[in-house]
Design a protein around this ligand. Structure first.
Ligand code: ADP
Ligand code: MG
Length: 296
């Protein structure tokens, strides 16, 4: 394509809600045969909500409110979207947050901290295993049910003992299934990539028509998966919104950020989708094909 035709297409893209930062990527986009989608905030709305709270201890002092107060007090120091949902829930229950004595963040796993002399760990299976928390299997059945509904389970341990589990739900974008069907109709392989657990990820993927799911991935593993697909000879577009998507966005042939996403993701991407709708993704790829097809 000529520089002129690319300039025209960049303008057209802007009109359809796609900000093109890198004109060269517009040419590459016409050849994309694989689209990798982050789950949270890309396939889902990124507006998670705590929907279930289960207290597991027989300690009468630790009721639902005390549990949510501890969770909120610790999670207020995390910037993860799941943390925001937990803090919002604690606030909605009119609970007063306390200042923890210590706090540590574990990328892709959760958090730990000390509150009133107790050690807390809040996060996924990986974190619980690392922290030596046992007895996770007592909630297997409950968590299977939640995961089947696409909900993300979070374990809560106090002083090494599992004391609670909560479910966090993030609604799927209304246009996600349609957007993915369009990609597939164009012969594009669609892969979902997420730090979330496999069962939850598969339930969400099934609802939007994605068969290929790579779950339980840490941020550097997201990048590794993109590089692996490229090494197979695929031309890969990666779509994401989080800090943890940034390395994968940089490594993809075409990095696409959600406009609702973090600044780091937007800076790392070639395109930004201004609306949170996923259908603009198909529009952008179609535009790039038209650009390259018209003027050779
Ligand atoms: P993604 O954004 O793809 O879901 P992340 O790497 O951000 O992946 O998170 C992966 C998982 O780590 C989450 O699904 C959750 O189980 C756990 N996690 C991350 N941060 C927190 C947190 N602040 N509190 C509890 N769990 C967390
Ligand atoms: Mg995300």
């Amino acid at each position: 394509a000529t520089p002129m035709s690319i300039m025209v297409s960049v303008g057209r893209a802007a009109q359809m809600g796609v900000l093109v930062k890198n004109g060269e990527a517009l040419q590459t986009a016409s050849k994309v045969d694989t689209v990798v989608l982050d789950k949270t905030g890309t396939v889902t709305l990124g507006k998670p909500d705590v929907t279930e709270i289960e207290v597991l201890t027989h300690d009468e002092e630790l009721d639902q409110n005390h549990l949510m107060q501890a969770i909120g007090s610790l999670e207020q120091h995390s910037e993860h979207p799941l943390a925001s949902a937990m803090v919002a829930k604690a606030k909605a229950l009119s609970l007063v947050m306390q200042e923890p004595e210590s706090f540590d963040n574990y990328q892709g796993r959760g958090i730990t901290g000390k509150l009133n002399g107790n050690s807390w760990a809040i996060g996924n299976t990986k974190l619980m295993t690392e922290q030596g928390v046992s007895g996770l299997s007592q909630v297997d059945e409950l968590l299977e049910g939640w995961a089947a509904q696409g909900k993300t389970p979070v374990y809560i341990a106090r002083n090494g003992v599992l004391v609670g589990v909560i479910a966090i739900s993030d609604p799927i974008k209304p246009d996600a299934a349609q957007a993915i069907a369009r990609l597939k109709a164009n012969g594009i392989k669609v892969v979902m990539l997420t730090g979330d657990n496999e069962k939850t990820a598969k339930a969400v993927a099934a609802q939007v028509g994605i068969e290929d799911v790579v779950a339980n991935v840490l941020p550097d593993e997201k990048q590794a998966e993109v590089l692996r697909l490229k090494a197979e000879g695929r031309i890969v577009a990666m779509v994401g919104d989080g800090i943890n998507d940034a390395p994968a966005l940089v490594s993809a042939d075409v990095g696409i950020a959600m406009g609702s996403g973090t600044e780091v993701a937007i800076e790392s991407a070639d395109f930004t989708l201004l609306s949170h709708q996923l259908t603009t993704l198909g529009d952008a790829l179609a535009l790039s094909r038209a650009t390259m097809g018209n003027i050779k």
